[in-house]
Design a protein. Sequence first.
Length: 256
Amino acid sequence: MRKQIAAANWKMNLTYKEGQDLLKRMVSSSILTLEGQEVVVAVPFPYLSMAIEALAGKAGFFTAGQNCSDKERGAHTGETSAEMLASMNVAYCIIGHSERREHYGETGAMLAKKMDLSLQYGLSPIFCCGEPLSIREAGEQERFVQEQLQDALFHLSSEQLARVVIAYEPVWAIGTGRTASFEQAQEMHAYIRSVIKEQWGVAAAEHISILYGGSVKGSNAAQLFSAPDVDGGLVGGASLVAEEFIDIIKALKNKT
Ligand code: PGA
């Protein structure tokens, strides 16, 4: 079975104390990851040490950055490099979230560099793709997502791709309460897997975890995750509430 992942994306939410309390509630809950499952928590940079420490004793729980620089190091005030994250034993890094593409002008070329640097320093990138509403309404979502994959991932080797996680996040479903249906999610995930197969072969396509993101909640996670090509979720709003996120972790597929 492919790795099943529940990933929290706190975005720019929670004070330090609120973040600490949320992690404490997750860690002290009885929730355990089963074989082949992982929980990833992407926190704001200043909270990384706190999160790493809080999750250290919880098997299958990992910390992630929400972004990294497209530059390796040097005079880039305000940036955080992949090397810095890796040096703190951060396991994952979100790359190319639609909010970064839209509000911070991140292009496919920049994301390709971020992918390279993340992989070079041993992080596992969670690469985000997904179409805005106008593209969906025009029925162009496959072409749009194919181009996003092409621009940022197609230059990677099979060995590099094996460490990548993809998150399909239709922009119209992010933070809107409007979730893709089971059919819409399955259709796009199967399509993304077919693109991977065409580019890197069947083994790579079978191995790669593709997460769904966009208004995942405790109440809809089990249905979405039951789609054959959906390997878990990338969760914003609902990851800020311990009980909600725990329900989402419980909704992951398992081997038994
Ligand atoms: P949401 O965000 O769960 O609040 O829709 C998902 C994301 O942006 O990763």
